[in-house]
Design a protein around this ligand. Structure first.
Ligand code: TXA
Ligand code: MG
Length: 367
């Protein structure tokens, strides 16, 4: 298949240029498109054959449900069995945005999107191109991240093309994604509010808006959920090893810059950095890190830095792109700097921990 790339300026998106992609979707084909989080691989959610094609092209396990992307809160509500003050509060606060709401779906919803679950996840992307595409289709778009299973999510059109060239008719390229990690997934089922995946909206922000409206519901986080180890994972995708580059991923740990540099120095001295190491560091420690590496005669390495200002956000935004760039240059090991769990730091550390979790390797690959 010949994959056509449609380049769109996200600041002044040209609807006419999107029409061929919207027509392809309406014909039952699948199309990669930008969102503010990561690129998605979309199909009209109502078309079961098209949705199955997403699973096939990604190599995604059948038991892993997809998120539906919608254009408005009014349309989002249509999927759910009921809508209450919690749903209203969350949707009005975070939609459009990097936020997915999972609740019980209406009985008549029968689609491979749900992978047979009684619940469905819906989100409203804030990206103007995604919104325009959904409008042009006139239907919600089922879309997982546009990577092949097991690879990091694509955060640019070029990264989507790397995985999907020859496999889809269109890739809509609107440049790099603003958030860089996937949406926050919140499940609100049977009176339990659970954070299934940290993402672009932090747990603190979610609790703040709920509390401001007198909705004092506890939020069960992934770590609390882990206490019940025997339970099946609540987001089926979380059981797979995801976000993983080919290189081995290590976390450069430490609460202070000095502590991180100390670990770097020790690892270099012990000769355990790897045959061709790569570093993902904040600007703040770049120079000292280079100086340490030089002192230890580590000369062949790759380095990508993120800005120190709003470091959590910058680290999250560039992580998947860095993973892919390091893989392209054939790095053996990636050393990425730890961030505290505030704001986007929680999503960043979640992806980093999963990428470095060698013990999951025996499981089937990601989604
Ligand atoms: O930011 C995002 O959410 C991106 C962009 C493209 O919108 N999409 C994305 O989709 O990350 P995907 O398929 O790569 O990840 C969706 C996750 C999976 O872990 C899946 O198991 C979980 O959401 N999920 C979807 N529906 C679910 C449901 N009904 N119950 C529990 N987990 C669900
Ligand atoms: Mg994914």
């Amino acid at each position: 298949m010949n994959t056509r790339v449609i380049r769109i300026d996200p600041l002044v998106p040209d609807a006419a240029a999107l029409i061929p992609a919207a027509q392809a979707l309406r014909r039952g084909e699948i199309v990669a498109f930008p969102t503010e989080t990561v690129y998605g691989l979309g199909a009209v959610w109502r078309d079961p054959e098209a949705v199955r094609e997403i699973f096939r092209v990604k190599g995604r396990p059948q038991d892993n449900p997809l998120i539906v992307h919608e254009a408005s809160i009014g349309r989002m509500r249509q999927y759910f069995r009921s809508w209450d003050s919690v749903a209203e509060c969350l949707a009005s606060s975070f939609c459009p945005g990097p936020f997915t709401l999972i609740m019980e779906h209406k009985e008549n919803i029968d689609s491979p999107v749900t992978a047979g679950l009684a619940t469905i996840g819906v989100r409203i992307p804030a990206h103007p191109v995604a919104q325009m595409l959904i409008e042009l289709c006139g239907e919600g778009l089922a879309a997982p991240s546009a990577n092949l299973s097991g690879r990091p999510s694509p955060t640019s059109g070029a990264d989507a093309l790397e995985d999907l060239d020859g496999k889809v008719p269109y890739i809509i390229d609107a440049g790099p994604c603003e958030v860089g990690v996937e949406s926050t997934i919140i499940s609100w089922v049977d009176g339990k509010l659970e954070l299934l995946r940290p993402g672009g909206i932090s747990a603190e922000e979610i609790l703040k808006v709920l509390h401001s409206q007198g909705l004092n519901i506890p939020l069960i986080t992934e770590d609390a959920g882990r206490a019940a180890d025997h339970e099946p994972p609540r987001a089926p995708g979380m059981k797979y090893r995801h976000y993983a580059p080919q290189a081995r991923v290590h976390i450069l740990r430490g609460e202070t810059e000095e502590a991180k540099l100390e670990q770097l120095s020790r690892s270099a001295a012990e000769g355990i950095l790897g045959s061709r190491p790569a570093f993902y560091l904040s600007e703040a420690i770049r120079e000292k890190a280079m100086w340490i590496l030089e002192g230890q005669n580590v000369v062949a390495f790759e380095l990508i830095t993120f800005t120190t200002e709003q470091a959590h956000k910058a680290a999250a935004q560039g992580l998947f792109a860095a993973f892919r760039a390091f893989d392209r240059s054939g790095c053996s090991d990636i050393w990425a700097e730890e961030q505290s769990l505030q704001q986007l730091g929680a999503a960043y550390m979640n992806r980093l921990r999963k990428a470095s979790a060698q013990q999951h390797e025996s499981l089937r690959n990601d989604y």
